[in-house]
Design a protein around this ligand. Structure first.
Ligand code: ARG
Length: 406
């Protein structure tokens, strides 16, 4: 296999070895692409590391704004939580990275795209299905899946070829991070019974000693302000994460079902994602008509599953997003969140110029404008089918302990 390959490069051990290995073993020229989706890191030094490992070209792409607007916004619109808990952190960054791999592949005349994922995870699925959806003609190379080296052997390979790698103590964990949160795997966490050691956490270290309250403003489902000040989405996500995280809020510790059939123990820190989803879902309670809200709730888990499964670029995910987008037109207003030391988060207030809450209808006070006389007929007709069933088939009596009265 000759030619050029574009590699999703993180700067870590595996992708650094992959740069060298694909050159040496497959005769490929490697273009390394590092995509900034809001993770920690010095991208210039990552770029230099790729070149030192043998890449013919190394590109850094700042995709934070695009990640927020094209991936986080639709995901927030769907309040998407995989298996009811995981806000899809890594699942969301893969498709935006894929987009840039394909762009760079075209720009550099590459015929293949490569990633550093193992054969046991979800990320390989996301990279490959995503690439095939956007560029069915591109080949896929997955060096880590085929080279058969243990971690020790990979380190040995790097040392032997003088590759600039940084192996630090905290590398016992496999960490993936972006604007939407952080995933932590491996090490002691592989025993699902062991509590996560405090030192795995960085975004949810409790420092606040008193409850914090803040207000998030939304326009058509998109968070646009914090405590009344308009701020760009990327900064808003970071600031909400810092606030909520400072009380210890945002941890998820779960055993999750991977797409490849493996159950794995995952620890996440997602203060921004979980706070924004809580606020957004609450505002929908105020602004979405009942049937619409209920149907949306049924579709949200499906959206999460598709994103998790690497089906971001698929007709069903796109159709669900079109539905979600059409529900967001009136999701405008403000939500008051309270985070308490110890990690609790509550929604304590919400308001909207487009809210469906009608005080006159809801109140039991004198201001009551509800037409009470309509209720009796409504309830009678609503229950007519059940009443007929009970009368004709006698089920009503059978289901009451001791029998119903006749
Ligand atoms: N289990 C999560 C997911 O599939 C996190 C994956 C994190 N990736 C990593 N290389 N640590 O989305």
């Amino acid at each position: 296999m000759a030619g050029r390959v574009v590699l999703a490069y993180s700067g870590g051990l595996d992708t650094s070895v992959a740069v060298h290995w694909m050159g040496a073993e497959l005769g490929l020229e490697v273009i390394a692409v590092a995509v900034d989706v809001g993770q920690e890191g010095d991208f210039e030094s990552i770029r230099q590391r790729a070149l030192a490992a043998g890449a013919v070209e190394a590109v850094v792409v700042d995709a934070k704004d695009e990640f927020a607007s094209d991936f986080i916004v639709p995901t927030l619109a769907a309040n998407a939580l995989y298996e009811g808990r995981y806000p899809l952190v890594s699942s969301l960054s893969r498709p935006v990275i894929v987009r840039h791999l394909v762009t760079e592949a075209r720009r550099h005349g590459a015929s293949a795209v490569a990633h550093g994922c193992t054969g046991k995870g979800n990320d390989q699925v996301r990279f490959e299905v995503g690439t095939r959806a956007l560029a069915p003609d591109l080949e896929i190379v997955a060096p880590v899946r085929v080279w058969g080296m243990t971690r020790e052997e990979t380190i040995g390979y790097a040392e032997k070829h003088d590759l600039p790698i940084t192996i630090s103590r905290d590398r016992i964990y496999s960490i993936d991070e972006n604007l939407w949160g952080k995933a932590i795997e491996c090490g002691i966490l592989e025993d699902p019974w062991e509590a996560p050691p405090e030192d795995v956490f960085s975004l949810t270290v409790p420092t606040a000693t008193a409850p914090l309250e803040f207000v998030i403003g939304f326009e058509a489902g998109v968070p646009v302000s914090l405590d009344g000040t308009r701020i760009g989405l990327v900064d808003l996500i970071a600031q909400v994460g810092a606030l909520a995280g400072s009380t210890g809020f945002g941890r998820v510790d779960m055993v999750e079902g991977r797409r490849v059939g493996i159950k794995s123990r995952e620890v996440y820190e997602c203060p921004a994602a979980l706070a924004l989803i809580a606020a957004h879902a609450d505002l929908e309670g105020l602004t979405l008509e009942r049937d619409l809200a209920h149907e949306k709730l049924r579709l949200e888990p499906r959206f999460a599953e598709l994103a998790y499964d690497g089906m971001w670029f698929s007709p069903l995910r796109e159709a669900l997003s079109a539905f979600m987008a059409s529900t967001q037109r009136h999701v405008t207003g403000e939500v008051r969140l309270r985070c308490s030391p110890g990690g609790g988060l509550e929604v304590v207030g919400r308001r909207s110029p487009e809210g469906l809450y009608d005080y006159g209808l809801a109140t039991y006070d004198a201001a009551d404008s509800f037409r009470h006389e309509d209720a009796e007929g409504f309830v009678r007709v609503f229950g007519l089918g059940v009443q007929t069933w009970a009368a004709k088939q006698g089920i009503g009596r059978a289901s009451i302990p001791g029998g119903g009265s006749e």
